[in-house]
Design a protein around this ligand. Structure first.
Ligand code: C6P
Length: 412
């Protein structure tokens, strides 16, 4: 039997300067990592060092600093390639965030390849970032968007797939790997296989997946995959899209301008090679260096250990929250979800809950989590959501539960 990999969150917390402060005189219980994670000193130091020793614009100058900066950016690209087990470093495109990566595919692939009678298949638990771009491009091209519904556990009901395939030509299947609201883990490899059997491309939103579980784009069999660097200990402003080279090469660019060209004449402009064709303008250089350092940090801990830690926390949180009177929990059982737990008091608005918790030093998110179709399905306008990461300790969940008892008292 393989030993379950372990991490020590109490020790790791020392890497994160943010935890050196208190909130409202209480220890900070930061339970909003699904929105954006905190940053370890290793990432902050890598960026500072880049600014202090190697900063210049990349891919332009022939002087030492420019060469150093270019090398640092391309090293970060290689780190992303290895992290995703992508076959070719030219397939890794730096973006600002996961949203930009998905928009890139929706615009650059969708505008040229979708038309009337075509179907784009998403799910009822998509984040708006993997739904609205498809809805928008479908509207422009005459394609139709369909949703795979959820069952009572908040998991995909795949029995609808056959019916969907009969209703039109499925051209795109776009789903997340892990739901940001319910923590549901989706069967991406199976969906990608189904998409290919329909002659469709499969687009994976791994914004919540990449921070928490080992990603292998080749094993998953996907065509495009977007990650969100700021959710995986990297800085804001640097994320990545991976896509199959043959698809990227056949696509028009998403944004045009400097750096992404081969030649520019009044009559015609030709595009640069991958990945530059999709990276118009100055790259997020220091941020990409930070993302590379974040990947080093995560890999040193081990994605298996991070995943196991989160499963443990999810099980602990579901157990403890289940004992708070009046709490309704959403989503699948602990063994089938990531470290994300959505819940509501049946009679207290989530924003009130979050505000009172803040006074207890507890930071959670309350709202629709950019998942309005999912909220509609759950029959609520919003939920509370606690989300965990490698630095989350059970004591923070205890602080949340104590805070919820305090909320109950306020509204009694
Ligand atoms: N979810 C949350 O609190 P960006 O910010 O563009 O890198 O990621 C967008 C995005 C896409 N897909 C999923 C599944 C996501 O969870 C997110 C971001 C944050 O849940 C902010 S709404």
């Amino acid at each position: 039997m393989n030993a379950v990999p372990k991490l020590n969150a109490h020790t790791l917390r020392a890497d994160f300067p943010i935890f050196e402060q208190q909130m409202h005189g209480k220890p900070l219980a930061f339970l909003d990592s699904a929105a954006s994670s905190q940053k370890p000193r290793q990432v902050l130091d890598a960026m500072t060092e880049f600014y202090e020793t190697s900063y210049a614009n990349v891919h332009r100058g022939v002087y030492v600093l420019a060469e150093r900066a270019t090398e640092a950016l391309e090293h970060a690209r290689e780190r992303v390639r290895a992290f995703l087990n992508a076959p070719d470093v030219r397939e890794v495109i730096f973006t600002r965030n996961a949203t930009e990566g998905i928009n890139l595919v929706a615009y650059a692939w969708g505008l040229s390849n979708l038309g009337p009678g075509d179907l784009v298949v998403v799910t009822e638990l998509e984040h708006h970032s993997n739904f609205v771009p498809w809805q928008f491009i479908a509207g422009k091209t005459g394609a139709e968007v369909r949703m795979i519904p959820l069952d009572e556990h908040g998991e995909l009901d795949l029995s609808v797939l056959e019916g969907i395939a009969h209703d039109g030509r499925v051209k795109v299947v776009a789903t997340n790997l892990i739901s940001n609201s319910l923590g549901t883990i989706n069967p991406v490899a199976k969906l990608a296989e189904w998409a290919h059997a329909q002659g469709a491309i499969y687009v994976c939103d791994a914004a919540q997946g990449a921070p928490h579980t080992k990603i292998d784009v080749q094993a998953l069999g996907v065509d495009f995959l977007a990650i969100s660097g700021h959710k995986m200990c990297g800085p804001s402003g640097a994320s990545a899209l991976w896509g199959r080279a043959e698809l990227l090469q056949a696509m028009d660019p998403f944004m045009t301008g400097g750096h992404m060209i081969n030649s520019v004449r009044l009559e015609k402009t030709t595009w640069g090679e991958l990945p530059h064709k999709f990276e118009a303008g100055t790259a997020p250089m220091a941020e990409a260096v930070g993302l590379g350092a974040a990947i080093d940090y995560l890999e040193a801990i081990g994605l298996d250990a991070i995943e196991a830690h989160e499963h443990e926390l999810a099980a602990y949180a579901l157990g403890r929250l289940g004992d708070v009177p009046g709490i309704k929990l959403y989503g699948p059982p602990a063994d089938r979800r990531a470290g994300i737990v959505s819940f509501n008091f049946e009679d207290i608005h989530p924003h009130d809950v979050a505000q009172i918790l803040d006074l207890q030093g507890v930071a959670i998110r309350a709202g629709h989590h950019c998942c309005q179709p999912l909220m509609q399905k759950l029959g609520v306008a919003a939920t509370n959501r606690a989300s965990f990461y490698l630095y989350t300790i059970p004591e923070e969940i205890d602080q949340l539960v104590d805070g919820l008892h305090a909320v109950r008292k306020v509204f009694a």
